[in-house]
Design a protein around this ligand. Structure first.
Ligand SMILES: *Cc1c(COP(=O)(O)O)cnc(C)c1O
Ligand code: SF4
Length: 350
């Protein structure tokens, strides 16, 4: 393989002239934090600038050692909602399954960082069977979300197992797989895995692109290969300081995604994960960015801004367009700031 993994100071130094903050971290990586892993492919997309948006996502800086007391190692409260090991059943109709700890590249902003990169690498057959049985026994679950870690790094045999199980299930089930591999290491996507995924009925893929430059020719080729197998792709971004906290960049990102047939689905306010404060954007600025973006792009190009609150789950950020309500109307403010009423009608019962 032409590309190689970079996991320590020595290897990374061959590709980057490091800043003091990067060197400081890499010369004494904290075992409490997410491991370091990027690759020469990602390095080839970076430019020389210390503030390069791709570099910031992949090379740790000493800021990761800053831990705020309102941050948490489990900001999404995953443990609270786990009926069987590795499963998170927070929303009635969806079961999220953490299938592997591995990722092709460890994003420095990762909010599952307490889990990702851990030594216990992959879901065991026993754990998988327990989770699948749980789904069988809970007909209210319409969707299985394969997450982690990177679900495309789950072994081929377990992918096949899930595919066959879902085929024999007595009801339709959407399978959503979360992955960043087509973006961070497109060269690692195996043909055999694509074939198994193609056989899955109702498979949706959710990727994470945060900056338009991540959509390199290789990444686009990989995406087209996935799409040619009938798999629909959505994108979730994380709003990241100095990386994409700019309506113009987000506009470019949205249109670059749509050109690849990918729907911009969510953009998340940074979760309160320990050691990630240097990436977070102030929430009131997030609102401003959201409003500005909505004026710049079409509805199709507009991702849903959302924040995942510890205890509260995912909450969509709305512009609070309803400015008034009486017993006859809702009054909305449009994009230009003018008010328009919509009547509260009596419903006709036939
Ligand atoms: C985010 C999340 C989901 C998926 O939510 P959607 O709004 O359907 O994308 C499901 N389960 C858990 C635990 C989640 O954190
Ligand atoms: S790909 Fe996802 S799970 Fe993996 S390190 Fe990045 S953000 Fe975390």
């Amino acid at each position: 393989m032409k590309w190689k993994d970079l996991t320590n100071l020595h290897q990374i130094e061959e590709y980057f002239s490091l800043t003091e903050k990067e060197r400081q971290y890499l010369s004494k990586p904290s075992s409490q934090n997410l491991p370091v892993r990027l690759n020469s492919y990602w390095a080839s997309l970076c430019n020389d600038q210390p503030k390069d948006p791709l570099r910031l996502q992949a090379i740790p800086r000493s800021y990761e050692n800053i831990h705020k007391d309102y941050e948490s190692s489990d900001p999404l409260d995953d443990k609270e909602y786990s009926p069987v090991r590795r499963a998170v059943h927070r929303y009635t109709d969806r079961l999220l399954l953490l299938v592997t700890h591995q990722c092709a590249l460890y994003c420095r902003h990762c909010f599952r960082r307490h889990f990702t990169g851990g030594p216990n690498e992959e879901i065991s057959m026993e754990e998988l069977d327990d989770a699948l049985l749980y789904i069988q026994d809970h007909p209210e679950i319409h969707e299985l979300i394969l997450s982690g870690g990177d679900s495309l790094l789950l072994s081929l045999s377990k992918w096949k197992y899930i595919e066959q199980w879902s085929r024999n299930l007595n009801r339709p089930l959407i399978i959503r797989c979360g992955t960043r591999l087509p973006i961070t290491a497109p060269y690692k996507l195996q043909k055999e895995l694509l074939e198994v995924m193609q056989r899955c009925k109702n498979l949706w893929m959710v990727i994470q692109v945060n900056h338009p430059r991540e959509l390199s020719p290789q990444a686009k080729q990989c995406i087209q290969e996935i799409r040619s197998r009938g798999i629909n792709i959505l994108n979730q971004s994380v709003l990241l300081k100095n990386i994409n906290d700019d309506p113009e960049i987000l506009k470019q990102l949205s249109y670059a995604l749509l050109e690849q047939g990918i729907k911009p689905y969510y953009i998340f306010q940074g979760d309160l994960a320990s050691g990630t404060s240097h990436f977070r954007v102030n929430l009131s600025r997030t609102y401003t960015i959201m409003k500005e973006l909505r004026v710049l792009v079409s509805g199709m190009a507009m991702p849903q801004f959302a924040v995942d609150l510890p205890g509260g789950g995912k909450i969509p950020l709305m512009e609070d367009r309803i400015v008034e309500q009486d017993n006859r109307h809702f009054i909305f403010k449009n994009l230009q700031g003018n008010d328009y009423p919509y009547p509260l009608e009596e419903e006709i019962h036939e």
